[in-house]
Design a protein around this ligand. Structure first.
Ligand code: GLN
Length: 196
């Protein structure tokens, strides 16, 4: 089968690392700058960065509706960190543009200022076979306060949900593109394969 093309939203944030990871996994990673480029993609990644900025730019560039439509049409979407916030139907505080696709409530900067960046080893369902763990890098990360019925929890840290999936939508509060571990990107590519 032809290599899948995965678009990494390239308005702001950790774009290049995702593209490198996708290429390592045998997919084609492209930096998405214009909504029309979504037509080339069999999967979409919303990277980490600053969700208020990403949201404003997505509105300004016409990406918000287009990514929403692509997801509803069955294109798998993976949001990391700020991308998780963009995917949420609700945020715990404040008001900002969201894709609003996934039945979760995200809490921004949830781990607090004291520990705004840290790394830890997580057991991720479906991905790290127990007891093998996944090294997770959290940078001013959100967590998930509530999940709806259709949402499967894939990872938790300190009793908080930090990774979840709902159909073709995947989110993680941490940054798997910053470690050399490809397993989460491979998991997403499997979702893309299944959707094709
Ligand atoms: N704190 C950022 C936000 O609220 C997310 C940080 C990140 O993506 N690393 O949007």
């Amino acid at each position: 089968m032809k290599k899948p093309t995965i678009g990494v939203l390239a308005l702001q944030g950790a774009v290049r690392e995702h593209i490198q990871m996708l290429e390592t996994c045998g997919a084609r990673g492209v930096a998405l700058k214009y909504p029309a480029e979504l037509n080339l993609c069999q999967g979409i990644i919303i990277p980490g960065g600053e969700s208020t900025t990403i949201g404003k730019l997505m509105v300004a560039c016409g990406f918000l509706d287009e990514v929403r439509d692509a997801s509803r049409a069955g294109i798998p979407v993976y949001g990391t960190c700020a991308g998780l916030i963009m995917m949420a139907q609700r945020i715990a505080e404040g008001d900002q543009p969201l894709l609003g696709l996934m039945d979760i409530t995200a809490r921004r900067n949830a781990f607090g200022r004291q520990v705004d960046s840290f790394e830890t080893d997580l057991v991720i369902e479906d991905i790290a076979e127990k007891p093998r763990t996944f090294r997770a890098v959290f940078i001013r990360a959100p967590w998930i306060d509530e999940v709806g019925n259709g949402v499967r929890i894939l990872g938790e840290f300190g009793g908080k949900v930090v990774m979840a999936r709902q159909d073709g939508m995947l989110v993680s509060a941490f940054h798997p593109e910053l470690t050399g571990d490809e397993r989460i990107h491979r998991y997403f590519l499997k979702m893309v394969e299944e959707a094709r």
